[in-house]
Each structure stands twice: as C-alpha cells, then as structure tokens.
Write a protein that binds this ligand. Sequence first.
Ligand code: AMP
Ligand code: GLY
Length: 430
Amino acid sequence: MTMKVLVVGGGGREHAIARALSLSGEVILLSVMARRNPGIASLSSAVLIEKEVNIRPVLEFANSHGADYAVIGPEAPLEAGIVDRLEEKGIPCMGPPLKAALLETDKAFCREMMQRHGIAGCPHYRTFYNPDDAIRFIRNFEGDLAIKPIGLTGGKGVRIMGEHLDREGAVSYVRSLGGKVVLEERLIGEEFTFQAFVDGKHIVPMPLVQDHKRAFEGDQGPNTGGMGAYSMPDHSLPFVTASDRTKAFEIMKEVVKVMEEGGTPYRGVLYGQFMNTARGPMVIEFNARFGDPEAMNVLSLLESDLSRIMTRIVSGSLSGNDVKFAEKATVCKYLVPEGYPDAPRTGEPVTLGDTPDTLLYYANVEERGGTLYTQGSRTLAFVGIGDTLEAAEQSAENAARSVKGRVRYRSDIGTAALLKKRISHMKELR
Ligand code: AMP
Ligand code: GLY
C-alpha cells in the first residue's frame, strides 16, 4: 500500500532522508523547505516552499495533500512544536514531540536529567541564568570550561576555553549571552557520533560516524555545521573500543528509559555526540534528529526500508531485524562556498564533474536555468562508499575535486593520515 510521507527540511540530511524513503517504492514524497533543494524537489510529488518553523502553512499543506506520516529533519521545527501539532491532526511523525525534544533544545534540561538519574558520561557542569554568577564561576574555576548557550544555536554557539578563547574572552562571551549558559568542564578526547532509531522503548543503533566541525584541514578555523564525516565497514571507529561503544550505547538506552518512565517517551532518531576520553565516552550533547552530515553516511548504507522503520517507530514495534546497514565504509565531503562560515560567497555558479561512483546530496544550493548557485550555507555533498575507508575516500575526493566554482571542501576527511592522528591522540590519552 502506498503512503504519503512529508519530509520537513531542505538540507543534505533531508535529501538523504528523501532518497532513502523514495527507494521504498511505496512512498509518495511531499516536502517542505525554506529554499528549494533541487535534489529533494526532484523526488517529491508536491513541494511547499516555506520556513519549516511556520507550522500553520505546513499543517495546511500536509492536510491538503493527505500526508500519512512526517519525518522531521532539523531541530528548529521540533523546537517550534511541529510534531505535537501534526500528531494532533492525525499525522504521526518520526521525530520527538516537544517535551522529548528538550533533550536537544534545552541543554540545561539534558544535563539535569542525566545528573538526577545518575546516567554515566555526564561531565561536571553548572547552569547559570545571570551574568554575575557565571562570571564569578569562570574566574574561580581551575582549568578550562566549555561555554554553551542554553538554547539552540545551530551547533555554532559553543566556545571552548583554551581553544577559542582565554578566561577573559570567556567572561566577555558569557556577558554577551546575558549569562544564560551551561558551563562545563572541557573534555579532552576524540569525538564520535552515535545515532539510533528509537520507538519510545526500543533502541536500534546505527553505525558510528566521525564528523568534522572545523572549517579547514587539520581541524583549523571556526566551527561549522559539519564539513564532512566518515564511517567504517565494522560500524565502529578505530579509536573506539568495543567497551567504549557498549558504554555509549548503555548511556543512550538509559536516556530512552528515563524519558519513557518520565511520561515523555522519545520517538525518532536519537543522536548522541560523545567525546571518547581517558575515562571512556562522555556525553557532549544529545540531538533529537539525524546529524547533518552524519545522516548522509548512515542512510547511504541503509539496506532496510526507511519507511518501514518509520512505521515501526510510530507504532512502537521497532526491532533490530528492521534495520540493516551494509558493511562498508563511507566518506562524506561537503562543498561549501569560499569564505564559509564567516563570509560565504553567495550566488556563485557551481559546475559538477562526472561523478558516477558517488552519491550526490544537494544542500543549500539554488538551481536556476539549469545552473547551480551557492547560497550562504553548505552547498552540496558527495558520499563515497567502499569496501575500505581508502576506497570510499578516493571516490568522495575525486567527485569533490571535479567540481568547478568558488567552493571549497576538506580534502583530509577520511584519509589514512587523519585517521592515524585520531588513533595516536587516543593512545596518548590512555
Ligand atoms: P555542541 O553544540 O554541544 O555540539 O558543541 C559543539 C562542539 O563543541 C562539540 O562538537 C565539541 O567539539 C565542543 N564541545 C562541546 N562541549 C564540550 C566539552 N564539554 N568539552 C570539550 N569540547 C566540547
Ligand atoms: N553534525 C552535527 C549535527 O548535525 O548536529
């Protein structure tokens, strides 16, 4: 039986979601996005161009087109309550309702929940709502802190002492935020992303992925939404031991259990951002959705039908048998406008080469008269898939290199040299 599925969001992540759903053969896609993503649009039977947080027009569109389900890509519509509103209208969602999305949208809620229930992996932290107390704490704290604005910041609001700013810089930053911050100990280690499908009770893991937040090669430059990511054929990462992975998964299971017991069951994709430290995996944050770029890595490997996973999540009957990923490596490289993220060159034409072996996901790119043009955010991404990381990297690299225009990408993502650095960093710490 065919079903109509509304995909909310217009980035590379949502293109990957739309593609995975469209492979089902039973899905008629509807989509809503602030700007027309040519990849998603070409897969959709109807498109609404509208900000994803403007819930009323989205509801009208979903209703008038007879949407049976919705999949929510980004965090902003979750925070705007889109799931609660769609479900009131009888459209079940892959994505958590407001009270469960708090895991991502309210960093203080997340830390307090972990601490109250004694969930492992919670760094020492304090929450502040006024600048004087926060500043006093910073001046008296021995060692470096991570400074996190309490609300959503698109992954760009966190500043790390000793990395982005010194103690006085931290004081000014906290003042500029009006003192509404979570301050927590700076964790040292290697980051990894652990995504899982969750139906309120059951949790099914996806392959681990490592994202690259910094704009430039060698992890230099400002933080971005993510420049690219890789995953390995064994679905783990070489600097994450089996015991680290188990501990991280236990933490995620614990969170799902606590949310269920608290009467706010979590449904959708749970994204755990971990720092693997000398003491094992610590939680940097949870997100209430797929990662972008990480969705492109895992969904490119998904052999099961995403629409079936979605219906299982909605009915609370998800099992490990519903979810199978190919045992291959992936490397995702994002192309971004020159100057991104601080001063991106927008409106620049981009020409693609011949890239038959890779998957192409469109992101913040405009198509006009058959030509692609950059906009302010990440432009498009290539995912290479291979039996080895090297093969996947070569494929993504060749595709990225063949693009002409005022765009750039990180050529080091997924390379043996970078991986070696990660592994030796972890060895040094342990
Ligand atoms: P977030 O927006 O929470 O994902 O944070 C953005 C980035 O800041 C993370 O990917 C980490 O690289 C870094 N970060 C966040 N919290 C910490 C912490 N407690 N210690 C060290 N780095 C952190
Ligand atoms: N890649 C980081 C995120 O989606 O939050």
